[in-house]
Ligand binder design. Structure first.
Ligand code: SAH
Length: 220
């Protein structure tokens, strides 16, 4: 796989579109410039990698639209060195953006095939520092908690209680909450041990946040 001058030019155009739609955080925009999104898509979609669209990545899942990735990342307000938990590794693209922003990323995926592919790809891109786990993200990663930031990239029917308790005091979680037809973006801030603040933002449509694991059948 190659990242050419043309790809970089397409990313610059994409960033301009995202900026026009209201993303202001320059660090987020420059992370999008630095991560070659076409590496995260199936070959058939490579041509369209720099359109502001979601695409299938297998197992009925999608890589989020770049605007949505930028929106969630901007709300997360990540600082370098912070410990960030991502639920829903998918293609690994959002994890790569967080890693480029200097976060210490822990990412969890319930689809075994996607978990395997994303791990390999992040490794190839020199982002092997991202820790990937094949786990049910509804339970978070209690053994590595607390986290300064948590980002959920699947639509949750409610605010995930188990994840809230894995936030550090002062930490923030960005999560889309609603029905499969649409969710509202929430930002939860843990103000004290037992005290959380909620803010709500725009509406989106994510694939569902599901419990349990989905394993690959061993090929015989
Ligand atoms: N962040 C991804 C977007 C992937 S779509 C990217 O940048 O490509 C959401 C992902 O969440 C899907 O891969 C889906 O399998 C996963 N998912 C849904 N419920 C989950 C759960 N309980 N635990 C872990 N992953 C989950």
């Amino acid at each position: 796989m190659k990242d050419t001058y043309r790809h970089r030019g397409l990313r610059r155009q994409l960033i301009e579109q995202i900026r026009q739609r209201g993303i202001r955080d320059e660090r987020v925009l420059s992370a999008i410039q630095r991560v070659p999104r076409h590496f995260f898509l199936e070959k058939a979609f490579e041509e369209w990698a720099y359109q502001d669209r979601a695409f299938p990545i297998g197992k009925q899942q999608t890589i989020s639209q770049p605007y949505t990735v930028a929106y969630q990342t901007e709300l997360l307000e990540v600082e370098p060195r912070e410990k960030v938990l991502e639920i829903g590794t998918g293609s690994g693209y959002q994890a790569a953006i967080l890693a480029v922003l200097g976060a210490r990323v822990y990412t969890v995926e319930r689809q075994e095939l996607l978990f395997q592919r994303a791990g390999q790809l992040l490794q190839q891109l020199g982002l092997g520092g991202v820790r990937t786990y094949f786990r049910d993200g509804t339970k978070g990663l209690p053994e590595f908690a607390p986290f300064e930031r948590i980002i959920v990239t699947a639509g949750s029917p409610e605010i995930p209680e188990q994840l809230k308790t894995q936030l550090k005091v002062g930490g923030k979680m960005v999560v889309p909450v609603g029905t499969p037809d649409g969710q509202r973006m929430y930002r939860i801030t843990r103000l004290a041990e037992d005290h959380y603040a909620e803010e709500t933002f725009a509406r989106f449509r994510f694939v569902p946040f599901l419990g349990g694991l989905s394993r690959e059948e061993p090929s015989s």
